[in-house]
Every structure is written in structure tokens, then in C-alpha cells.
Design a protein around this ligand. Structure first.
Ligand SMILES: [Zn+2]
Length: 262
């Protein structure tokens, strides 16, 4: 896999954002329709988190990738159009964010096809990339990605470099490089927030490792998580620290996919 990044960069970084909003909850259990506090946290990601993220990316002249469930595109069309207008990539993230392993083959097809219809209908987008909700990818959904000619997937963890699985490019992810396990909290789940400085140190340590390897690394964030005031400041600091430490190619998944496949 290539490591000769554009602009003689020593490392390639993709900042990706999963705009789950309400669908992240509604897709896991319809009972969430009556849980207004939980749903409001998802909505916060769109109303408050997204504008902060867009401002930070604009300040650093970075194009990101936003994985958008069809339900989010329909419910928050104007907010997602603002992401699109700023030149960021829109990827597929299911329709109602249903975990592929929890639904049958018919529903998996609905998730892919209704998601495509929503992105096309509301945004005029045919997404090149797919990221499975909660990173559960089944053989049935994988086959649908090939049927619908997606250019890449970003759900698997079999390498920490771009790799090819059965003819489809994979831009791999990992839970440690996802803001959710560090910074999301839910009553009764028994977990705790990671201290902001420890979170930043972990992500920068992986950046240093990626720079040593000369590889590409994907960070995954959620607007309702990273878009809180103090955490948005962390994202801003993280980007500044990366830029200070190395020559970085910040690129959307679409651009990385085109480069490594070219
Ligand atoms: Zn998600």
C-alpha cells in the first residue's frame, strides 16, 4: 500500500464524523422515540456540534468525511447541506442506523437502499463510501456494497493501513480512535469519561506511530460527543499539534481512496 503521500507528507490523516443524531438511538430501539432527553443529545450534535466542527475544519483548511444516516439527511437536511456546501465528503451510514448483525437480509437491503435514496433525494449525493452503523458489517451488507458499486468501506479493523477485502478497499477504523468509547456516557452503562488530556494524548500517540510508519490513520468522531465546547477545543488543539509535529496530508476518505487506488 502506498506511503508516498501528496505534498511529500510524512503521514495521512482522515478526520471523520458520524452524524448519528436521533437515528443512532431510534435504530437501536423504537422505545427511544419516547426518550426525549436521549434524543435531544443526538440533536445537539447537529444544532451545536456541527457548526463548531465546520468552523475548526475551515480554520485549518481541512476537508473531512461525514457519514450520514438517511434519517439524519431527511430530518436535518439544511444542516447537512451546510456540511456539503463547505466541501466535505458525505458518506453512507445506513438509513436508521440499524446494526447489520441485528436485522435480517431484507432489512439490511432496506438500510442500504433507503439510505442511498435519502442522500440522493435530499442532497443529490451518490456516496462513494460506506461505514456500517456501530461498525458491525455482515456478509449480506458487504455483498450489497459490491452490488451498489461503493468505492470503499470504513468499518473493519483487520489492518491499520488501507487494505483490500474481496475486491473492496477498506479504510480501517478502531475503537481506540473513536471518540464515543472515551467521551460518551450513558446512565447505567457502567463506564466513565476519559479525562480530556488523556484522550488527546492517546490520539496524538497514535498519530506519532502512524508518522513513524508513514501510514494513513482514520479518527472517528460524533458531533454530539466532540462538539461539546471543551472537546471542540481539544480537536482544534489536536490538529494544531499534528501540524506542528509533522508534514501531514489531511484528506477525506474519498481522496485517500482515490490516491491509494490510483
Ligand atoms: Zn454511527
Amino acid at each position: 500500500m502506498r506511503t508516498d503521500w501528496p505534498g511529500a507528507a510524512e503521514v495521512a490523516v482522515s478526520l471523520t464524523f458520524d452524524v448519528d443524531a436521533e437515528s443512532g438511538w431510534l435504530g437501536s430501539d423504537p422505545a427511544y422515540a419516547g426518550r426525549l432527553s436521549t434524543l435531544s443529545e443526538g440533536r445537539f450534535g447537529v444544532t451545536r456540534g456541527l457548526p463548531r466542527i465546520l468552523a475548526i475544519l475551515s480554520k485549518h483548511s481541512i476537508k473531512g468525511t461525514f457519514y450520514v444516516p438517511g434519517d439524519t439527511a431527511e430530518r436535518h437536511t439544511d444542516a447537512i447541506k451546510a456540511v456539503q456546501a463547505a466541501g466535505h465528503e458525505i458518506g453512507h451510514h445506513g438509513y436508521l442506523h440499524k446494526q447489520s448483525d441485528a436485522i435480517d437480509a431484507r432489512e439490511q437491503r432496506d438500510e442500504i437502499e433507503r439510505g442511498l435514496e435519502a442522500l440522493a433525494g435530499r442532497l443529490g449525493v451518490t456516496p462513494k463510501g460506506y461505514r456500517s452503523p456501530s461498525w458491525e458489517l455482515t456478509p449480506e451488507t458487504f455483498a450489497l456494497l459490491k452490488e451498489h458499486r461503493f468505492g470503499y468501506d470504513s468499518s473493519l479493523m483487520g489492518d491499520d493501513r488501507p487494505y483490500v477485502v474481496d475486491g473492496l478497499l477498506e479504510l480501517p477504523v478502531h475503537w481506540s480512535l473513536d471518540d464515543w468509547p472515551h467521551l460518551h456516557w450513558k446512565p447505567g452503562r457502567g463506564d466513565a469519561f476519559t479525562a480530556p488530556e488523556a484522550f488527546l494524548a492517546t490520539w496524538l500517540a497514535e498519530f506519532d506511530a502512524a508518522r513513524e510508519d508513514g501510514r494513513h490513520v482514520t479518527y472517528t468522531m460524533h458531533p454530539e460527543v466532540i462538539g461539546r465546547g471543551h472537546r471542540a477545543k481539544l480537536l482544534d488543539r489536536m490538529i494544531a499539534a499534528m501540524t506542528e509535529r509533522a508534514k501531514v496530508w489531511f484528506a477525506s476518505h474519498e481522496d485517500v481512496a482515490a490516491f491509494v487506488s490510483g
